[in-house]
Design a protein around this ligand. Sequence first.
Ligand code: MOS
Length: 698
Amino acid sequence: MSSVGSPLLRVDGQQKVTGEATYTMDHHTADPLHGWLVQSTVAKGRVTAVHADRALEHGGVVSVIDHTNAPRLADTDDLELAVLQGDRVRFRGQVVACVLAETPEAARHGAELVRVEYDEEAADVAFREAAATLRPDELDPDNDADTMQGDVEAALADAAHVVDQTYRTPFEHNNPMEPHATLAHWHGDPDSDEGHVLTVCTSTQSVHGVAASLARILGIDAGKIRVVASYVGGGFGSKGLPHCHDAVAVLAARTTGGRPVKLAVTRQQMFALTGYRTATIQRVRLGADQDGRLTAIDHRSLEQTSTSKQFVEESALVTRSMYAAGSRRTSHRVALLDVAVPSWMRAPGEMPGAYALESAMDELAVVLGIDPVELRIRNDTQTDPESGKPFSSRRLVECLRLGAERFGWSRRDARPGASRDGDWLVGLGMAAASYPANVFPGNRATVRALEPGRFVVEIGAVDIGTGAWTVLGQIAAAALGAEPDDVEMRIGDTSYPKASVAGGSSGTASWGTAITSAVAAFRKEHGDDPHPGDETTADAERSSDLEHYATHSYGAHFVEARVHRLTGEVRVPRMLGVFSAGRVVNPVTARSQFIGAMTMGLSAALLEESWRDPRYGHVVTQDLATYHVAAHADVRDLEAVWLDEDDFRVTPMGARGIGEIGIVGSPAAVANAVHHATGIRIRDLPITPDKLLARFDG
Ligand code: MOS
């Protein structure tokens, strides 16, 4: 009766499609005030005056909070969260005030009436190669900026064939369907011992993470803060960490005499305040022998980060373990700019990195005259070249072979530009994919017996649309020997045991391990016939194999691209992803994860790009009319399949993560298909018609 592996429908599906699901802004709360953010209009400098008088005269406006009157934070080291604590402006769009009013409309109008004066300074906002000189490990010692094995220059000099190209990826913004929002309510005295004193509903990927961050900046115990995120409309990493709006809401609610504050970040404000994927400039050099075996890999990535906070997109990480080669080097350099704070976006690092590496592999296949599938098979390895550890399971070659067979790869004419359908040039491309199988520490779960055969399982995890709620219930039911209907799964609240972030494709693996451990501990304590009310809370027992093996998921992407010979328009009628991701706990929700990420890969390949104003560094394409994401008409026949397997070295369920691997490699597969269709290699994403038109003959 194992529910693991069953195509269960989402437990929260009906609430979502009927509009009953309470997202953050849907929470009804008595007598709230509404906040609206006021953003800086200069990129760098000091606020010299905030004129609130006209705003305060507007009907419904209650107060204007700025750096002169905002409550003080206990810890201001994190400059993204240290809002309204000083007069410094570090990027255009930074929050310089918050208007509180009786209605959102009054707050919004009030925000427009606030007049801010600045002492403006010259800002450095342009991402360019010459500025990217800092080693990321000087900013954050946990980042290994560079790795080197063997003599890369000598190996390249001796190689029979060399590819040496530079690839560029643009700024991108996550744009989940539900914009960020926070509801903050102080209902107790922070200095007392009365339990929760602050309740925060926020759209986040980590309720415990938000509580810990807020506790740190407020200087109070995390146990005094309750954070709730029952329903979250996507995040893609942008909700992985709290952003400034969470801190503003909590500070503002401190000034209201106990009235709650509701604060919504608008879609336009998200382009400045809730993270983004930085642009990259990546040089990849591959050296190979006559047979296509790699002898040298050199992947160097230039990126940018913000002066406020130093997140770095580590694009060459994926190259460290992807293919065997005797000599190898990876490096990252970063520019510090006066711009908005970058952060996680689905497969941060791996996505742009694999675009560069897998494009270069395609170029090498062309140079060598070897089929690109075969080239990857020849360079497969069962030992992680970086760490020397064996892989817990690496079935990349099977993904490649199965994908090639299902996609009809053998019918592909190797010559680029050989296939036509009227005015459409038709091409097939492919790329490989890999993403680390993360199992994060610090997870625990509670199991409680109800009447015979029924249970409650609690963990402070969050379902951001992934299906985690459903899948965790399946894992719990299987461990308890119960039907999924007999297990009530409770998540999305710090009232439940500590859980790591819904990020890094780690949720099912990390939380599922905790639930499995808690059920085992419950059994040990209460036996097979527990009494109602029997309860056990236990920490996750992570597999000790995690230290002895390199753990990754793998995939192979296949794409058909059609390019219009007159307009340069690219259509993708067919996309196939074949994945090796351990045991799939729920094929319905897993498929959604795979094809969702593949859709984002398609979107990145052809559409997504944030444009900055070169003078001030803010994003001018700050809405969905100008920042294009793939829509229904762009997404045609999309298929995801997976190998039947389990990986018990990684988790007791045999599952690895699946959330991000679909966006890794898929942009390269699209670009490679466009090259095969046209013979034109576009080395900067997105592949828009203008770039192709500029290269068309005649
Ligand atoms: Mo995801 S970018 O790991 O939250």
